[in-house]
Design a protein around this ligand. Sequence first.
Ligand SMILES: *Cc1c(COP(=O)(O)O)cnc(C)c1O
Length: 396
Amino acid sequence: MYNNFKNYLTDEIKSIKDAGLYKNERIITTPQSATIKVQGDVEVLNFCANNYLGLADSKVLIDAAKKALDEKGYGMSSVRFICGTQDLHKELEKRISDFFGTEDAILYAACFDANGGVFEPLLNEQDAIISDALNHASIIDGVRLCKAQRFRYANADMEDLEKQLIAAKDCRFRLICTDGVFSMDGNVAPVDKIYALAKKYDAMVMVDESHSAGVVGKTGRGTTELYNLKGEVEILTGTLGKAFGGAVGGFTTGKKEIIDMLRQRSRPYLFSNSIPPMIAAAGIAMFDLIDKTNELQDKLHSNTEYFVAKMKAAGFDIKPTESAICAVMLYDAKLSQDFAARLQEEGIYVTGFYYPVVPKGQARIRVQVSAAHEINHLDKCIAAFTKVGKELGILK
Ligand SMILES: *Cc1c(COP(=O)(O)O)cnc(C)c1O
């Protein structure tokens, strides 16, 4: 049996390789930071981490994690409702809902699990889920696990959303769901308009704040801060694995009856282990830090503005962005790979994306700005882009 299966896999993998889509892991030998070392002891500036607030190697978070390791142990060996809830887990949930101005929150091992476990307990075949076409894979999978009827609208297209709301008008409940920031373009979902349409057509809203939490809004409280909708959107999901320290962990936060129901029926919560105490403690320390001062959020915002302005001035074609994601458009797949490879030789670590990760003919290099970057880092990145851009005939 296995021989046949092995041949089948070998052929499949070969076709992935032949299509140029085979993924290799690139190995880093240092902590995650603005400056990292990659294999061969080569130092590069990192512009492709989701380390938006630069907290991935924060001494404050590391110390909080070490303290919890000593005082609260290594692991929980249980799911939350059996014996996997420490005071730390409850406190972190409270800090999450305080931060977003919501009523309650529930932790998961990852946002992938939060999204996987949010739809099925709440909605059934009488209901409708209306989903942005560019939503994250974990939302798509979560929707698949739920019996609700599915409607899809083109990315951030409010006319199309309205059409879908009309098509779903006979359903019992309607839930619109969207990423807060779309990770390939860096555009922010028009949550203000989505919310207005939800009111008009009697629907609820869910926003996945994974790329927007800590980033969007004056104090980084996400799309509901940006659009003045704090506490209004029924469901928010998010991750502790990006701006919020970058380790692991996810959450759903929002209306208290919704969170209560998730605690009763959400399968990744009921049947998967609690996050370790050190992760919960570092999460709490992270909120202490970003609640106390807006320094990191301010630095991220000014870094992003600086970078985007200088890149545009240099002549690059940049997708309109309101996040810390800056898509440098190159359109051609091979060019995006050659460009990224040349940048790495210049000491700039970035990733080129092409079909099927982005639409055909929309290849790009995605730059992610961080509060960990200093102006000289940004200048070095812009200079390298400019040099390689001229070399490869993108810039005159
Ligand atoms: C990264 C991301 C996730 C997954 O988060 P994890 O905590 O790493 O599982 C989910 N949704 C969106 C929109 C993301 O960008």
